[in-house]
Design a protein. Structure first.
Length: 333
């Protein structure tokens, strides 16, 4: 989206989700909080729908001009790969995994391509990045193949087919892989793409969305014990994924309500700032958790130090690594 059509409320959602994942993982990994580990699943899900939503204009430009295909790849890969490669090398060094088999699986984003492919899942957050990267690779080609007539109908049919195939395979894989498998989650990003097409119509029901969001969040929250104890049952696998997707869709649609307050400069600037930090926060927070776990500070001190480390390092990473790379990206025609 160009700046004229930029939705700053989605910057807020992006930053909120990134820091949400980071702080949930802090308590999940150091303090073994199952409750916050459960909540982190929802924050990660937000990223998928948000990705499909904000990539929609670029994908339509690609759809209208096939010459944009390799420009799209360049834009995505320059944005996502360099920093990921730096971080995966650092994380692998910490766990003494550099040049090991699992290191190359992470490097090529294939660690979740089949169940139990990793010997050691030492960088667990990478599963969502694998889904994103393979979506960037395959979906533009699918768009071109679909042709120009009735595009959105064809995308909805594709979404439906993916869901049906997933339902048929649900009994054949464990619940964790059903949620995190690389080729199992394209539907979540497609959902954001479809939402972007119907944005104006759905936004008319924003207050209904907000009401449903509150109701379903309580369903999500109070279903935790049942989900964990029945996670391998067929109906639980299916219903949990559907619940995550609906919550993500409703959250994004509801966050658009905040667009009206983005005229307040301090709120707008704060949203832009944390949005810029999000990718590095998501990538590096595991490193800080690893070292803080060894320090054995009090909970309060750990949280404060963690927040400062995330804020300072993610800001520096953005301005000294990400921003120069973003300036190198070619423009779509």
């Amino acid at each position: 989206m160009n700046r004229k059509n930029h939705l700053y409320s989605l910057d807020l959602l992006r930053g909120f989700s990134g820091y949400g994942v980071a702080f949930c993982h802090l308590h999940a990994f150091i303090y073994k909080s199952i409750h916050l580990e459960y909540l982190s699943l929802l924050f990660v899900e937000f990223f998928f729908v948000l990705s499909g939503f904000v990539l929609y204009p670029q994908l339509i430009q690609l759809f209208n001009n096939k010459n944009n295909l390799f420009l799209f790849y360049q834009r995505r890969w320059i944005r996502t790969l360099p920093l990921y490669f730096i971080v995966i090398f650092l994380v692998s060094s910490i766990f003494d995994e550099v040049l090991g088999k699992d290191f190359f699986k992470y490097l090529l984003f294939i660690q979740k391509i089949i169940p139990n492919f990793l010997s050691s899942d030492y960088y667990p957050v990478a599963w969502s990045l694998s889904i994103e990267e393979f979506f960037y690779l395959f979906f533009p080609l699918i768009l071109i193949f679909l042709g120009k007539n009735n595009l959105i109908k064809k995308v909805i049919i594709l979404f439906t087919i993916i869901m049906i195939v997933k339902f048929l395979l649900a009994d054949k894989v464990e619940s964790d892989f059903f949620r995190t498998g690389t080729l199992f989650r394209f539907d979540a990003i497609l959902l954001g793409f479809i939402l972007r097409f119907f944005q104006d119509k759905l936004f008319k029901f924003k207050y209904i969305s907000l009401t449903l969001l509150v109701v379903l969040f309580f369903v999500f929250y109070f279903s935790e014990a049942y989900i964990f104890t029945h996670n391998e049952e067929y109906i639980t696998k299916i219903s949990f994924i559907i619940l995550l997707q609906i919550l993500s869709l409703l959250t994004l649609n509801t966050f658009l309500i905040f667009e009206s307050i983005m005229k307040i400069k301090i709120i707008k600037n704060f949203s832009i700032l944390i949005s810029k930090q999000t990718y590095s926060v998501y990538l590096v927070h595991i490193i800080f958790i690893y070292f803080l776990e060894k320090m054995q500070f009090s909970v309060f001190n750990t949280v404060v130090i963690y927040a400062l480390l995330l804020f300072i390092f993610s800001t520096l990473i953005y301005y000294f690594i990400e921003s120069p790379l973003l300036k190198m990206r070619p423009k779509l025609k």
